[in-house]
Design a protein around this ligand. Structure first.
Ligand SMILES: [Zn+2]
Length: 700
């Protein structure tokens, strides 16, 4: 995409609405109700269904199926007209992932093919066919659709849902194009160390970036401010390189709509951190579905108001602009309307303090898509993301404000704002990336790393030793144990009989449980008195056999290094992943202490009081804010929230940005007058309680 200034419209909307029409909405749903709801919620931008699976406007493109209910009307155009009167930014929604029989018969080459050579019927709507994302359907047909929509309506952009394919495709185009690009046949294994699979991971991305560039440049030729914004992006497990996405996009929409299964509300905010890692301060909307997001896909369902609110609040606390989405213009259950309206009205009132210019966190956690693609492969959930989630949760419990950093953004300018980087089993790192981290440490930066960090190159091929062996002060000696049973770590005193700060809160423990996986690592130089030492596994049955065979192996359970202002903690075991699985409080303390010890400075904000809070800290043009999202709830790990339960009194100590002085301190949610104490450079605010979300706004 050509480098150019972002169009003026992208920064404007703070609140988004999305209405996804279903085919029989035209002529049946209440358009005026929706326009009124957009107005009442102060929504400044809207995403409206236009084309793809179903066209909601009088398209002239053959095989672009018009809604059978629209007759001669123009449902999309009528909504566009109404939203323009509300001065809203308008982005059309298309979805190219499925076509009807007529298109299948006219263009069999548009259809995705499975590994047995069969054309793929749609899994949920068997009268439809799944399209190939990487061939002429998207490159030709959908290009025409996008050009037509922009020509007819001259709106601000197009958001494309499910544009990246529905799994592996073996159609004739994919076969030929992949062979031309790589000289290989399409892979039939998921092993990322297979050369064809590795090539395909990159080739698919290249095709999708080419497609995005094509769509975007074609609509810009017609209407220069228009942008094509594919539904893409995410964390380590996402398939398209976030580094490139961040460079190409002027704005993006984070599509994690709600919780499913075991998932914490902080997952909403994690999106914000992951996207911001490469988009920087470009606007990012966080999509919240008003419906349940479980595998059974009750798309016409409604969440509890409390669940909608915690999801939106955690997104906003983490820098996302709220976006509500409703599928179907016909409402079967209206209970979501009021909580969304209330939240949006609050957001509108507080808007001045929600236009963040930068986060003030000093700690950042690295995420690595290449580690997921080439080291994690099919096990990336367990081998990669579970480490991140565990460390993330430990930081939430410790109330440490933090950012996330993409592993391709380790240049000095990107890291300058951080004192500490966390590497949760970031196994696959290139020599150049290791060098960037080494330089960060030389500049006085600190690290906390776990397990196999830097033990593989950027392609997931093992190294003989850690790429960061000198930084860790540890050398790789062997793969260790994949699954430890009944193993412990002994709490040790130093030569002077004192406990290291890493052990704060564990002084009386004697020993703590070990993790599940460890690798063998040895100190590179003298390393007397490691604070933790390994007690190897011993039988856990029969009970008569349950006694340690080796009471203390002397093998370090952690490596610590100090050099100038820099401090490094390396855990040669899966402390973060085990914490996510077992939630042992001792592991949470160790992770907290490790981050505090290496960071070794007054934090931008510290919060004292009972409960679980997601704490973030931000700078705006003339102010700063501290967000506190109360996650203290029996439904914290698995929604939906039934009720909001207030957190008790919290004392919040805020470090003012250098040179800053507090002119005014407000609580933006409860609107109470807080108890405030000031010292030079510090504001201390006492909050009597937090129901769900509080924002301390400090005018500077
Ligand atoms: Zn294909």
């Amino acid at each position: 995409m050509p480098a150019s200034d972002p169009p003026e419209w992208v920064g404007k909307p703070m609140r988004w609405a999305q209405l996804v029409l279903v085919e029989n909405d035209p002529g049946q749903y209440d358009r005026d109700f929706w326009l009124d709801y957009f107005r009442r919620t102060h929504s400044q931008a809207v995403n409206l269904s236009a084309g793809g699976c179903v066209a909601y406007y009088p398209t002239r493109i053959p095989l672009h199926h018009r809604s059978a209910w629209m007759g001669d009307s123009d449902p999309f155009g009528e909504l566009v007209e109404g939203c323009r009167k509300l001065d809203m930014v308008i982005v059309a929604r298309t979805d190219p992932h499925a076509v009807l029989q007529e298109a299948h018969d006219a263009h069999p080459e548009w259809i995705a093919v499975d590994e047995k050579g069969q054309k793929r019927r749609h899994w949920a709507s068997p009268e439809r066919w799944v399209t190939c994302a990487l061939g002429p359907y998207n490159f030709e047909f959908m290009t025409g659709v996008h050009k037509e929509i922009i020509s007819l309506y001259r709106i601000e952009g197009i958001f494309i849902n499910r544009w990246a394919g529905s799994g592996m495709c073996y159609c004739e185009h994919c076969q030929r194009n992949f062979r031309n690009a790589s000289g290989m046949d399409l892979p039939r294994t998921n092993d990322p160390q297979n050369p064809a699979r590795r090539a395909h991971i990159l080739w698919r991305q290249q095709r999708l970036f080419d497609l995005w560039r094509l769509w975007d440049s074609e609509v810009r030729k017609i209407h220069p401010p228009a942008r094509v914004i594919p539904n893409t992006g995410g964390g380590a497990l996402s398939g398209l390189d976030m580094d490139q996405i961040g460079q190409r996009s002027d704005t993006l929409f984070a599509d994690r709509q709600a919780r499913r299964g075991v998932m914490t509300p902080w997952a909403a905010g994690k999106n914000g951190k992951e996207y911001r890692a490469t988009l920087g301060n470009k606007p990012i909307a966080g999509i919240t579905s008003v419906g349940l997001e479980e595998p059974y896909r009750w798309k016409d369902s409604v969440q509890t108001g409390e669940e909608i609110r915690v999801w939106m609040a955690d997104g906003v606390a983490n820098g996302l602009r709220p976006w509500f989405t409703k599928f179907s213009g016909t409402l079967y259950d209206e209970r979501w309307l009021k909580p969304v309206e209330e939240f949006y009205r609050w957001h509108h009132g507080a808007e001045r303090y929600l236009r963040n210019t930068e986060p003030l966190a000093r700690v950042a956690m690295v995420y690595s898509q290449q580690t997921a693609w080439f080291y994690g492969g099919q096990q990336a959930g367990r081998k990669v993301e579970d480490h991140t989630e565990g460390f993330y949760h430990a930081l939430i419990e410790a109330r440490v404000p933090f950012e996330m950093v993409h592993d391709r953004r380790l240049q000095p300018e990107g890291l300058a704002r951080f004192k500490t980087l966390i590497l949760p089993n970031i196994a696959a790192l290139s020599a150049a990336q290791c060098e960037q981290l080494r330089d960060f440490v030389k500049r006085g930066g600190s690290l906390v790393a776990t397990l196999e960090t830097s033990l593989y190159d950027e392609w997931g091929a093992p190294r003989k030793d850690f790429g960061l062996a000198d930084v860790f002060g540890a050398t790789f000696r062997g793969p260790g144990e994949q699954r430890m049973q009944n193993s412990y770590l002994k709490i040790q005193r130093d030569a002077g009989g004192q406990f290291h700060p890493l052990l704060r809160g564990l002084e009386d423990a004697g020993r703590i449980v070990n993790g599940v996986q460890r690798i063998e690592a040895a100190a590179r130089g003298d390393y007397p008195n490691p604070p933790l030492t390994l007690i190897p596994s011993y039988p856990d049955l029969p009970m008569e056999e349950v006694y340690p065979r080796v009471p203390d192996s002397g093998l370090p359970g952690v490596f610590l290094r100090e050099s100038g202002a820099s401090r490094v903690v390396y855990f040669p075991w899966d402390i973060d992943r085990t914490f996510w699985e077992v939630m042992a409080v001792d592991h949470g303390k160790l992770l907290r202490n490790a981050v505090e010890w290496v960071t070794n400075e007054e934090p931008p904000v510290s919060v004292n009081g009972a409960g679980v809070l997601d704490v973030t800290v931000w700078r705006q043009k003339d102010s700063m804010t501290v967000h506190l999202v109360n996650l203290t709830n029996p439904m914290m790990m698995k929604g939906p929230y039934r009720e909001l339960i207030p957190a008790p009194e919290q004392t919040v100590r805020v470090k003012l940005p250098s040179g800053g002085k507090a002119k005014k301190v407000q609580l933006l949610v409860s609107a109470q007058t807080p108890r405030v104490q000031e010292q030079p450079g510090i504001v201390q605010v006492t909050l009597p309680s937090i129901l769900l979300h509080e924002v301390i706004a400090i005018d500077l």
